[in-house]
Design a protein around this ligand. Sequence first.
Ligand code: KDO
Length: 331
Amino acid sequence: MSSTITRRTLLAATAAATLLTAGFAQAQDKIRLRMSTVATETDQRTVALKEVFGPGVADFASYEPHYNGTLFKQATELEAISRGNLEMAITSAQEVATFFPEFSVFTAGYLHRDAAHQVAVFNSPLMQPFKDKIESEMGVKLLTVMYLGRRHVNLRTEQEVKTPADLAGVKLRMPGTDAWQFLGNALGASAVPVAFGEIYTALQSGAIDGQDNPLPTVRDSKFYEVTKQIVLTSHLVDLNYLALSKKVWDAMTPEQQAATQKAADAAAEAARTKQLKLEDELVAFMKEKGLKVYEPDINAFRTHVQAAYLKSDYAKAWPEGIVDAINAAGK
Ligand code: KDO
């Protein structure tokens, strides 16, 4: 075999190298979309983002998800986007409310009726001033609304809970921001801030008596292994927002923006459908795992929680007539 480099092999090698460099340059030219979340890789929202959103923007962007709070800790993502250190995140109204108190209206217990109502509210004109504010003052665009599910009280203790009075003194883990703590206390419990990633061990060690999350999260993060009952309070039809850097959005062409919006909405819809189905199925799953699952006196909880919100400082930050507008959305 000859090792002589002929003119032809040299030309072929140069052509191949040029092609490789072009491919590399193309990959590098793509818009980088790092997405940070505390959610797991198996959560329905992150699965849909990977399977639907990523491919939907793949022509011009590389979607890079980071799970379990490994890139940014819970509730620090919005600032990271604002400072230009991150492009995307799954965030919550509770987190946005730490910057813009009027967003607390979307954190109020027993306000959103269901998943469809969340979508109607998010797409209604009532939402525009909220979206404009976070865009102009923080550089964060809320792309779409994602359904997390109906939050229920999930306890490691066995005492039956019928009314808010039965939660007196119960150390209920809620996420760290004030709006979350308020909700936990409004339920009648003693809210304790714990990061999402630390719930399992806090339940296991008895540092907390319980936590609240929708059934798919209870299954996904295996909280059923370290708890004994689920009280179906449905106290919050919980939502998350898919947030994107406004700077990144503004740098996109109109076609890229349209594709990004379409991919975000499609991913949210896919996740919503799966999450709703799971919620239906998981009561049986939890019972099989040996947990008691039952409905408390929902009216007692609703009255207690709504009264707490209406007399709170939060309500003072809500725009005039917003609760009625929210109630009317989608009807
Ligand atoms: C949680 O910390 O309990 C919570 O459910 C709050 C949500 O807003 C959201 O951050 C969620 O965690 C994560 O996406 C993990 O599911």
